[in-house]
Design a protein around this ligand. Structure first.
Ligand code: NAD
Length: 489
């Protein structure tokens, strides 16, 4: 099989060492492609390429940059079926969800393309006569984008579309489990008319190519999505150069079901949020906090639904749940079943691998879970959810807030007062009312509080703050020296 090369400027090149790695299908083990196992020397070339392209790109009018993103959205749409099928193969999410992943990238490209005609700053009156004041967004330089495998088209778009519209250039180091999808993403960006060097892709492993990108002195901004542990390592490695580090990390998201909830609707929300993408979403609902008055009923209806979910090949339209990403993920998910059993939680269904082929795991529900148990605190990143009984709204909120993460949250209730209290009191970057924990749209900020991140947001207007620096500009047309805070006392 020929090697898919790194894309650096106008060049297509292999790793200088000649080393490679193989991407395989989690459902079958079949090979998808071979990629360069890049190291520092390869990253250095990619950064030099992005740096050389920066001036030309930052001086390209933002509406022109936007026109390229509009074309990119059209091209993505034309390739949606191809990318959807490839995603079912290389990443293993089922076809409907893979189509949604591509659609998110289309939406984000359109949204950020439109930003090319805004990128608004502030104008504000001066305290002095004949003086004008405004703030403008300035691009920063080379952005290092490091992405995970679970949204292999959407997440690169969340980073690259805003970085590009703001006038930055990019080196992308995609996840080693989904390199072909990232490669296609960048190839299609080039097809949309992006000048050489504006986006470069370097394949390889996190501790090698990823670390080299994080430490490179000519990369002032890092946008990282991945696990909490890696996020902390990235932050430490970037500290000596005082880089801007944008982190989107894990979650331990909870759905609260109150005693007045529509139980069938809540079950729909739980099934979609806990088991969609086989639970491999940062917003997956791995905790369900249930009022005791409806606990037995909810358990019964939920287990009946979960046992009907069909495991299968992700590209088969009848499949509800595809495989986990790799053998390590399967081992980790199963280890949490053993941890849960050891902690005294009650296994209602699942708890074992789904088949001898592929990395399948049966959808798993634990009952009688206490908020302090490890299965209720640690990110499992698989099709496992935990039912936590509570006696009141206050207890539900306290349980929801008792973890170190703070990404998404949800409450099912018909009581508007409880809904508004939940919106105020849930410690999370996202709160849904009468919906599960997943379903973000591209034009609101996306990200979390506490251990889920470091205060930045992806998507929405907030994404622009990651990829720009504010400059405040004062224009004095009085013809004399005017001193603020002194001449106007
Ligand atoms: P991961 O941290 O193992 O890897 C993510 C990326 O970081 C990969 O490209 C990897 O090669 C790279 N990497 C690994 N070590 C590195 C290092 N030392 N230096 C630089 N780069 C390094 O995460 P994963 O398993 O790919 O993804 C799953 C995690 O991502 C989960 O915790 C999930 O919750 C999180 N996630 C968060 C969001 C969000 O927006 N909050 C979205 C999706 C996934």
């Amino acid at each position: 099989m020929s090697v898919h090369p790194n894309l650096i400027g106008a060049e297509r090149s292999l790793a200088a060492s000649g080393d490679t790695f193989v991407s395989t299908m989690p459902a079958t083990g079949a090979e998808v492609g071979t990629f360069p196992r890049s190291a520092k020397v390869d990253v250095d070339r990619a950064v030099a390429s992005a740096k050389a392209a920066f001036d030309g790109w930052r001086l390209t009018p933002a509406p022109e940059r936007g026109a390229i993103l509009f074309r990119f959205a059209d091209i993505l749409r034309a390739h949606k079926d191809e990318l959807t099928l490839l995603m079912t193969q290389e990443m293993g999410k089922v076809a409907a969800e893979a189509g949604g992943d591509v659609q998110e990238a289309i939406d984000m490209s359109l949204y950020m393309a439109g930003e090319g005609r805004r990128l608004s700053g502030q104008t504000t009156p001066s305290e002095l006569r004949d003086k004008f004041m405004m703030s403008v967004r300035m691009p920063i330089g080379v952005v290092g984008a490091i992405t995970p495998w679970n949204f292999p088209i959407a997440i690169p778009s969340w980073k690259l579309a805003p970085a590009l519209i703001c006038g930055n250039t990019v080196v992308l180091k995609p996840a080693e489990d989904t390199p072909l999808l990232a490669q296609r993403f960048v190839e299609l960006l080039h097809e949309a008319g992006l000048p050489d060097g504006v986006v470069n892709i370097v394949h390889g492993f996190g501790e090698e190519a990823g670390d080299a990108l994080v430490r490179h002195p000519d990369v002032p901004v890092l946008s990282f999505t991945g696990s909490r542990e890696t996020g902390i390592a990235v932050t430490k490695a970037a500290a000596d150069n005082l880089k801007h580090v944008h982190l989107e990390l894990g979650g331990k998201n909870a759905i609260i079901v109150m005693d007045d909830a529509d139980i069938d609707l809540a079950v729909d929300g739980i099934v979609w949020s806990a088991f969609g993408t086989a639970g491999q979403r940062c917003t997956a609902a791995s905790r369900v906090i249930v009022h005791r008055a409806v606990y037995d009923e909810l358990q019964k209806r939920l287990v009946a639904r979960v046992e009907k979910l069909r495991l299968g090949l992700p590209w088969d339209p009848d499949t509800d749940i595809g495989p986990l990403i790799n053998a390590a993920a399967l081992a980790k998910v199963h280890s949490y079943t053993e941890i849960g059993l050891g902690e005294g939680a009650k296994l209602l269904t699942g708890g074992e691998p789904g088949s001898s082929d592929g990395f399948y795991y049966r959808p798993t529900v634990f009952a009688d879970v206490e908020a302090g148990m490890r299965i209720a605190r640690e990110e499992i990143f698989g099709p496992t959810t935990t039912l936590i009984p509570v006696g009141s709204f206050e207890e539900a909120i306290a349980a929801a807030n008792s973890v170190e993460y703070g990404l998404s949250s949800s409450i099912f209730t018909r009581d508007v007062n409880k809904a508004f209290r939940a919106m105020r009191d849930l410690q999370a970057g996202i709160t849904y009312i009468n919906a599960g924990t997943t379903g973000a749209e591209v034009h609101l900020p996306f990200g979390g509080v506490k251990g889920t991140g470091n205060g930045h947001r992806e998507a929405g207007q907030a994404a622009l703050d990651v990829f720009t620096e504010w400059k405040s500009i004062y224009v004095d047309y009085s013809g004399k020296l005017q001193r603020a805070q002194i001449d106007n006392q």
